[in-house]
Design a protein around this ligand. Structure first.
Ligand code: NAD
Length: 389
């Protein structure tokens, strides 16, 4: 781990806003897209007059293979001393699937009480989408994914492993407290948007968990008379999302369903490389963490083929949560503008490398451009202000 001050930073002077940022590049393309996002951050700082004190935190396959450690208490304590975390991606073919993902990503979200995983699904003007006929006006929704429970936390066991007598069980944990926290956040966000919350679940089969989610939605809805609400099964959601995304504003769902439907959501936006997310600590007790939705993509690692837009838009969410609303809006509109110029959204067909795209987004941030209308960045700031009251 190394700690470095950004050149020109004036942290702690009281005259310049300064934020302590932990940076976890991680594995595969994670460090590549994160570096591009940091170039964008440099441009945002220069234009909007704030600084960051950045700490590189080494987590992922290499550090695990070298030390045997996944997430130590020392690292958690170090991260707690920051205002926010920028995260790339974790996962490697060198390590058994699940070890790093559970031992680092899920552990981080749990240790830092990041209760909400916020995942915008927005098609920006001019950006190519594989969904025929889809227009930006029809595709602007946000998925609020419960981030601390569900089947990602429920225990499991296997007896007679590796034999034909094997029995594997995997549970799902759903507490009123965590479900209420996610649903309340969704209604608050919908109040800032078009005023509709959709619960996505599988209540016809997962009857116990489903009943809890339904009852919490009914309970919370009473406090938000201006917000309409409805319900869609997760399988039906997979049909509605590509053909009629306009029927959704804020979708609230459990950990597993949220993970799955937002990969589909990413496709609507132009691909996995474009999708952004924030793991929000809404109590203010620890830093929130911002990461592109995609994984470490070992198939394109080290070739400059990764689209850094998801990382840049995650940076925009990070800036919004840090109170740098103008910078967040500029990063969002710059990223949307650069995406609209690209012939394709991934690989060599993009016509520019990961770092070149970072430079182009940074250059666009340096100039004032057209702001994205109805930006989630502004809405997020308003919800956070309401939660702090
Ligand atoms: N939060 C995380 O860190 C996270 C999330 C998902 C998967 N993972 C891990 O990442 C590893 C790889 O998983 P996977 O292959 O299923 O998913 P992935 O998201 O890494 O890649 C899926 C496909 O999308 C492409 N892709 C991903 N990001 C892209 C980008 N920015 N630009 C262009 N193309 C991009 C990849 O080349 C690949 O073909 C696994 O170890 C997995 O567990 C980590």
């Amino acid at each position: 781990m190394s700690q470095s001050d950004v050149p020109g930073a004036a942290a702690g002077t009281g005259t310049v806003r300064s934020h302590r940022l932990a940076v976890i590049g991680g594995d595969g393309i994670g460090p590549e897209v994160t570096q591009a996002a940091l170039t964008v951050l440099d441009a945002a700082q220069a234009r909007f007059g704030f600084t960051t004190e950045r700490t590189d935190v080494s987590l992922g396959a290499d550090s695990y293979l070298a030390t045997g450690d996944l997430l130590t208490q020392e690292t958690v304590d170090l991260l707690r001393g920051h205002d926010a975390i920028l995260f790339g991606a974790i996962g490697s073919p060198k390590v058994t699937p699940g070890v790093l993902e559970r031992g680092i990503i899920l552990a981080l979200r749990a240790e830092l009480h990041q209760a909400i995983n916020l995942r915008p699904v927005r098609l920006y003007p001019g950006v190519p989408t594989p969904i025929a006929g889809l227009t930006p006006e029809r595709c602007d929704l946000v998925v609020v994914r419960e981030n601390s429970e569900g089947s990602y936390v429920g225990g499991g066991s296997t007896v007679h492993r590796g034999t034909r007598a094997a029995v594997a069980t995997q549970g799902s944990t759903n507490t009123w407290y965590a479900v209420h926290r996610a649903v309340d956040f969704a209604f608050r966000l919908a109040e800032q948007r078009r005023g509709r919350v959709t619960l996505c679940h599988k209540t016809n089969v997962l009857t116990e968990a489903g009943a809890l989610w339904l009852s919490v939605v009914d309970e919370v809805a009473e406090r938000f008379p201006s917000v309409a609400h409805d319900y869609v099964h997760v399988d039906a959601m997979c049909m509605h999302l590509p053909v009629a995304p306009e029927r959704f504003d804020v979708v609230v769902t459990d950990n597993l369903f949220g993970d799955i439907i937002t990969d589909l959501g990413a496709v609507l936006q132009g691909g996995l490389g474009v999708a952004a997310s924030g793991n929000l600590n809404i109590e203010g007790s620890a830093p929130s963490m911002f990461e592109p939705v995609h994984g470490s993509a070992p198939d394109i690692q080290g070739q400059g083929l990764a689209n850094p837009a998801g990382a840049a838009l995650s940076l925009a969410l990070c800036l919004a949560s840090l109170g740098e609303g103008a910078a967040a809006a500029a990063v969002e509109s710059a990223t949307a503008g650069v995406l609209a110029e690209l012939p394709a959204l991934s690989g060599a067909a993009m016509g520019a490398s990961t770092s070149e795209l970072g430079d182009r987004i940074a250059a666009a941030v340096a100039q004032s451009g057209t702001e994205v209308q109805s930006s989630l960045m502004t809405q997020l700031a308003a919800v956070q202000a309401g939660l702090a009251d």
